[in-house]
Every structure is written in C-alpha cells, then in structure tokens.
Design a protein around this ligand. Structure first.
Ligand code: NDP
Ligand code: 8X3
Length: 251
C-alpha cells in the first residue's frame, strides 16, 4: 500500500524538493502552501508519479488550517507522514530594533502554525497506531546567533515541541523526529531580507551551500527506515559551515 505524506511549505525550497523526491518514490502527497499557482504546477508535474492533492492555507490561521484539512478527500487519509516544514525568518535585526510584525510572523508561522497543522493530523495517527511526524528545525534550534533572536526562539520552540511530541505520542506508537539544517540555498534569505535578492544571494556566495535536494534526500532516508527505527534529531551543515556563526568562505 502506498503511503501518504502531508508536506507544509511545498511551494519552494526544502518542501518542494521533498515533494518531488517522495512522489518519485511512490508516496502519495498532500502539498500545502499559500501560492496557488505553484501548488497547481507542482501537482501537474508530480501527478505523473503519484496521487497528489493540494491544500491552500496560511498556517498562521487555525480556522484556515482546519477548513483546508476538512476538504481533504478520504483517499488521502490517514496521513502516514507529516513533514512540518513551512516556516521562514523575517528580518535579521538586534532585538531592540526588531519589528513586531516580523516577530508575529515568525512565532505565528513557525510555532503556532506547526501546532495547528499537527493538531489536525494526530487524531487519525493515534487511531491507526502509526505515523511519522518530522519537524524541520534549524541550526537556529540549537544555537542563538547575533540578530537571530526571535527566529532562533521560534526554532528552539520547534526543538522543544519535537521532544514533547515524541514523549507524549510514544504510547501511541508514533514516530517523531527533527532535522536541523544549516545554510540551505532556497528562498529563505529572500524572505528574510524582504525581497532583497542581491543581499539574499550574498548569503550563499563564496562556498557551496546545502541544496534543498540534499535535505530532501535525508528526509526521505529518515522516513523510510524500518518502523522500529526512529531517527530523533539530525544536524546537517554544508561542509563549509562549522556552527551557526562559523562559515568558511575561503575554502
Ligand atoms: P523557502 O522560503 O524556500 O520555503 C518556505 C516554505 O514555507 C514555502 O513553501 C512557503 O510557502 C511556506 N510558508 C512560509 N510561511 C508560511 C505560512 N505562513 N503559511 C503557509 N506556508 C508558509 O525556505 P526553506 O525551504 O529554506 O524553508 C523550509 C523550512 O526550513 C523552514 O521551516 C525554515 O525555517 C527551515 N530551514 C531553512 C534553512 C535554510 O537555510 N534555508 C536552514 C534551516 C532550516 P508559501 O509562501 O507558498 O506559503
Ligand atoms: C536557517 C539557517 O542560520 O539562517 O534556519 O538560521 S540560519
């Protein structure tokens, strides 16, 4: 029987690459995001390989999440694999200069959004006594770096929730794990710098950054282990990176 994966943030970067790899390995998909056109194009492409359903919603709004989830056809339930990937950084400023809107966007999207989506999916996993919840954290879940303040706080929360979910869902035979990437070349920096493409490009220049396909590969490896194996936590850097603040651009 084919498995079904629910991937948030599938319109770009890590989520999109994961959707491609999953589809090609025969996993049916529910792909989510706010950009309808991108979702439709991806569905068209991936329908050559597996069954694909799109869901359009903003993870920050619980009622949107719930309404979208309720439209899911029965043949896309139960969800076997949830990839909690949607998220972004907004801004990179010292705390005293931070914008309230940016703080709200990060806390509502990266933390509350992850919870709202997970809440929809857990009940059926409990009924099935199986499932995999994979949370995409960050090196920012493990280390606070200058000007990272609220983004790091939101990702530390993901780390804590990853642990909390695993503890509470243990009695239900549900696997829970997290992957914490370092620098991955996606639209992440463009969002962080509010559309400043040149500044965003600079983040990935002078070394070979991780590519979204690298993380997709690892996600696929993690979720395809035999059921008795649960990879709890993985930090993944580009070779040029040694910590949140140490990056060799002269290699
Ligand atoms: P991208 O900006 O390329 O992708 C982010 C995805 O999240 C998009 O598909 C976007 O979809 C979705 N998203 C963002 N906010 C919302 C929202 N409010 N509601 C619904 N969907 C949303 O970045 P990445 O692929 O790099 O990021 C994916 C995850 O990886 C994030 O959680 C990020 O924090 C994490 N990460 C990224 C790293 C990096 O260096 N790139 C390193 C470590 C972790 P849409 O805009 O269509 O809604
Ligand atoms: C994304 C990587 O270092 O910009 O989470 O926080 S970093």
């Amino acid at each position: 029987m084919r498995k079904t994966a629910f991937i948030t943030g599938a319109t770009s970067g890590i989520g999109e690459a994961t959707a491609r790899l999953f589809a090609k390995s025969g996993i049916n998909l529910v792909i989510c995001g706010r950009r309808a056109k991108r979702l439709e194009l991806l569905k068209e492409e991936l329908s050559n390989y597996s069954e694909v359903q799109t869901l359009l919603f903003d993870v920050r709004y619980q009622s949107e999440v719930q309404k979208a989830f309720e439209t899911l056809p029965d043949d896309f339930k139960p969800i076997d694999i949830l990839i909690n990937n949607a998220g972004n950084a907004h801004g990179l400023s010292p705390i005293q200069e931070g914008s309230l809107d940016d703080w709200d966007a990060m806390i509502d999207g990266n933390v509350k959004g992850l919870l709202y989506v997970t809440k929809m999916i857990i009940p059926e996993m409990i009924k099935q006594k199986q499932g995999f919840i994979l949370n995409i954290g960050s090196i920012a879940s493990k280390e606070v770096y200058p000007n990272g303040n609220v983004y790091c706080a939101s990702k530390y929360a993901v780390d804590a929730l990853n642990k909390g979910m695993r503890i509470d869902l243990n009695q239900h035979n549900i696997r829970v794990g997290a992957i914490h990437p370092g620098l991955v070349e996606t639209e992440f920096s463009e969002v962080r710098f509010k559309g400043d493409k040149d500044r965003a490009k600079g983040v990935y220049q002078g070394y070979k950054a991780l590519q979204p396909e690298d993380i997709a590969d690892i996600i696929h490896f993690v979720v395809t282990r035999p059921y008795h194996v649960n990879i709890e936590d993985l930090i993944v850097y580009p070779t040029a990176q040694a910590s949140a603040t140490i990056l060799n651009k002269n290699g």
